[in-house]
Design a protein around this ligand. Structure first.
Ligand SMILES: *Cc1c(COP(=O)(O)O)cnc(C)c1O
Length: 424
């Protein structure tokens, strides 16, 4: 089935006992065993079934199936946040002495995790000089556990050549992990281009309404872990943390996602609440519809700003002068989501005046809400940085970031117009 149908139906048929048509919220911690043998079979992964909500839950299960189907994967693991999804995607296959190779432009939280936290656990994170396959390839060695990228970077809006990175990574027996939060599967499905693992902050466009944190990891089922027994011994040799199971033998193509559930999630516990799984499912029903409007509004806003006398520059991959325009055409049919940045004539002071004058756009740091959002990094999130640090973070004093919502485009443009008028 197609995306808009999957977004509504995948993973759920009317509840067999109650005939409820909305996905029920299973607000329970535990599930009763029929008898001792049944309990033992569940723990041995010999029969399917629920044990404890930290590990699985029927509401969350619908969310997992829906995400897996939308991304074209074989299975998924939902988590409490996108940050947990990034962390577990790595911890599932890397340990002390390993390294990962990553593109340099990343979501701020991911950058901090890679730069400051994983290295303290003995996992080195090697940042490439740029997004190109050659730059990443130069950093790979026999201790490399994964290549990591964002399909569309948050906040830079850069688009990565997933196909080139996947081909390069596979040549070295390494999986490609793609954070697809900004694009969503409605615009881009990384698995179609060779990605092995896809993850999301469900907090953003997937849930779409700015009300619930969540994350998900989707397994393509395609990476041949067993061909690289030594490098991925956690999947190919008996797992001490789970009574000796060999994931590639017990779980076949679902080895990665099964271990993510039974080792990182089970033991460190970043479980999503059933209520949040429900709210995110509710939002996801309109994902393809919403993304259509987000993209249409964003393109109109970018074109409007581009010709505006008070605007000095616009960065958006949907505009022909963007260095990512061709990649946007290849990977998103020219609809590279709804994040953009632009510069205001008059620098810092003008940008602050513009920012304070916004009525409809909300002043905050988030993306992927139905509401239009604006950030002025130089006066808020990046206020403490020196001019040089600002420059290396890609932040200029005149820069405003927009995440265009799905309100009526006339109201969006009117708000930008009056705020631009107020900027000087
Ligand atoms: C927000 C975000 C995350 C982190 O997600 P949370 O749900 O806030 O933990 C990870 N990656 C990207 C690209 C994001 O935008």
């Amino acid at each position: 089935m197609k995306d808009q149908t999957l977004a509504i139906h995948a993973g759920f048929k009317s509840d067999p006992t109650t005939k409820a048509v909305a996905v029920p919220i299973y607000q329970t911690v535990a599930y009763e065993f029929d008898n001792a043998q049944h309990g033992a079979d569940l723990f041995n992964l010999a029969v399917p079934g629920n044990i404890y909500t930290r590990i699985m839950n029927p509401t969350t299960d619908v969310l997992e199936q829906r995400c897996a189907q939308l991304e074209g994967g074989i299975a998924a693991l939902a988590l409490s946040s996108g940050s947990a999804a990034v962390t577990y995607s790595i911890l599932n296959i890397a340990e002390q002495g390993n390294n990962i190779v990553t593109v340099p432009l990343l979501y701020g939280g991911t950058y901090t995790l890679f730069k400051h936290m994983l290295p303290r656990l003995g996992i080195e994170c090697r940042f490439a000089a740029d997004d190109s396959a050659a730059s990443l390839e130069a950093l790979i060695d026999d201790k490399t556990s994964a290549v990591f990228c964002e399909s569309i970077g948050n906040p830079a809006g850069n688009i990565v050549d997933i196909e080139a990175l996947a081909t390069m990574a596979h040549k070295h027996g390494v999986p490609l992990i793609v954070d697809n939060t900004v694009a969503t599967p409605a615009l881009l499905k990384p698995i179609q281009y060779g990605a092995d693992i896809v993850l999301h902050s469900l907090t953003k466009y997937m849930g779409g309404h700015g009300n619930s944190l969540g994350g998900v990891i989707v397994d393509s089922g395609k990476f041949p872990w067993a061909n690289y027994r030594k490098r991925f011994h956690m999947l190919t040799e008996p797992e001490e943390a789970y009574h000796g199971v060999i994931y590639t033998e017990a779980m076949g193509e679902a080895a990665y996602i099964a271990r993510a559930r039974t080792v990182p999630l089970r033991n460190t516990g970043a479980a999503i609440s059933p209520m949040n799984a429900f709210l995110i499912l509710q939002g996801m029903q309109t994902l393809p519809l919403r993304m259509e409007r987000h993209c249409e509004n964003a393109l109109t806003v970018a074109r409007h700003l581009k010709q505006h006398p008070k605007v000095t520059w616009v960065k958006f991959a949907g505009l022909p002068d963007s260095p990512y325009y061709e990649l946007a055409k290849k990977y998103t049919k020219g609809r590279p989501s709804a994040l953009m940045s632009f510069g205001i004539k008059g620098g810092f002071d003008a940008a602050v005046k513009f920012y304070d004058a916004l009525n409809l756009f909300l002043r905050l740091v988030n993306i992927g809400d139905v509401k239009s959002l604006a950030a002025h990094p130089a006066s808020t999130t990046h206020r403490q940085l020196s001019e040089q640090e600002l420059e290396s973070a890609g932040v200029t004093p005149d820069m405003v970031r927009l995440c265009v919502g799905i309100e009526d485009i006339e109201d969006i443009i009117e708000d930008l117009e009056q705020a631009l008028a107020a900027s000087s």
